[in-house]
Write a protein that binds this ligand. Structure first.
Ligand SMILES: [Fe+2]
Length: 350
């Protein structure tokens, strides 16, 4: 399996992961002749797919949670956000069940190195971001040695971390151009608004509620809303800050394209070095999240290219790559696997 842009699709490829719009299945796994769906997919903001083709047939892309768990989460989170928006009523009664399902999935894979590049329509941005951030938080928290009880609290707070966005002006929230100072100040209100929604809820602990309030605070005091520093920011909010930033960078938004995991790794590492993000927590994230995920195309320093086939644990910059040698023409392609741990002279260039 590999991920491919719509413009590179051809009709010999087979859809490897189903496509949903909200909770509605629009394309089933194993569908062929994919080029006939390109227009329909572009219309809902989907520009790439996971496919199986002969060079990627035996390449698997590990998921932290199953498709079933992800869809259960989508329904639960949509219901919570919709009810709050339309009735002003915060009902989180469904949360415990879905958090348990996410934790069960994550704990069933002991040393997973994954990538959460879930293909979703543009309408599902907020829900997918809440779910991805929660999964990243659990992966970081698990690596950090948190108890199951703490991971459950962390996950409940993380899934609701952006709930304050329900009260923001949608025109500003979805604006494709850069924001004015005034508009940015409006967006920044979502952390205090979110905390106000959660404050009196009896189903959430105080620690979970603080995640909504503090996830944009930074260790050096440069964050918002209060400019807290270091340990003044709760550990769970420091974990969510790392998870939230990584997912925001690696997911396409209405105002910019998505960034590669590698580029996002550079930015998070830089923020950790500048004392904004917790360095240990950034490192915990990249113990479980691939810097060069399986199924992406990489270009090597010797001019060759290939598909990332497999991760080498503890060696995030040196995966095994399925080299595609097409120097003798596209009808005469040869494939071979190259383990970058055995080739120190080679590096990934792009
Ligand atoms: Fe946020």
């Amino acid at each position: 399996m590999r991920r491919i842009s719509l413009q590179d699709l051809n009709d010999t490829m087979i859809l490897a992961k189903p496509i949903y719009q909200g909770t509605r299945l629009i394309l089933e796994r194993d569908i062929t002749h994919l080029t006939r769906y390109i227009k329909q997919l572009e219309n809902i903001g989907i520009y790439s797919l996971y496919v199986k083709d002969s060079p990627s047939e035996d390449i698997s892309i590990p998921d932290a949670v199953s498709e079933e768990t992800r869809q259960r989460c989508m329904s639960a989170v949509s219901a919570i956000f919709d009810k709050l928006k339309t009735q002003g009523n915060l009902d989180i009664s469904q949360l415990d069940g879905v958090i348990e399902a996410i934790l069960d999935d994550i704990f069933s894979e002991k040393d997973i190195i994954c990538s959460l590049h879930h293909i979703a329509s543009i309408d599902d941005d907020t829900m997918v971001h809440c779910i991805n951030t929660t999964i990243y938080c659990i992966l970081i928290g698990k690596r950090r040695g948190l108890s199951t009880e703490d991971l459950t609290t962390l996950a409940k707070g993380a899934i609701l971390h952006d709930i304050g966005k329900v009260d923001l002006n949608e025109t500003i929230l979805l604006k494709a151009a850069s924001l004015t100072q005034e508009e940015y100040s409006h967006i920044k209100e979502h952390s205090s608004l979110g905390y106000a929604f959660l404050k009196n809820n009896k189903g959430l602990s105080d620690e979970a509620k603080l995640i909504a309030l503090q996830h944009h605070e930074r260790l050096d005091g440069s964050g918002y809303p209060k400019g807290l520093k270091g340990d003044e920011i709760h550990l769970f909010a420091r974990i969510t800050a790392v998870a939230d930033m990584f997912d925001a960078l690696t997911t396409a938004r209405c105002y910019r394209k998505s960034m590669s995991n590698h580029k996002a790794y550079d930015i998070l590492t830089d923020d950790a070095l500048k004392g904004k993000l917790d360095r240990k927590l950034v490192s915990c994230l990249f113990d479980h999240v691939a810097i060069y995920p399986n199924g992406i195309i990489v270009y090597l320093s010797d001019g060759t290219h290939g598909i990332v086939k497999h991760q080498n644990p503890g060696q995030p910059f040196r995966p095994i790559v399925r080299i595609i040698d097409d120097t003798n023409g596209i009808n005469n392609v040869t494939l071979f696997d190259l383990d970058l741990t055995e080739h120190p002279e080679l590096t990934i260039k792009a």
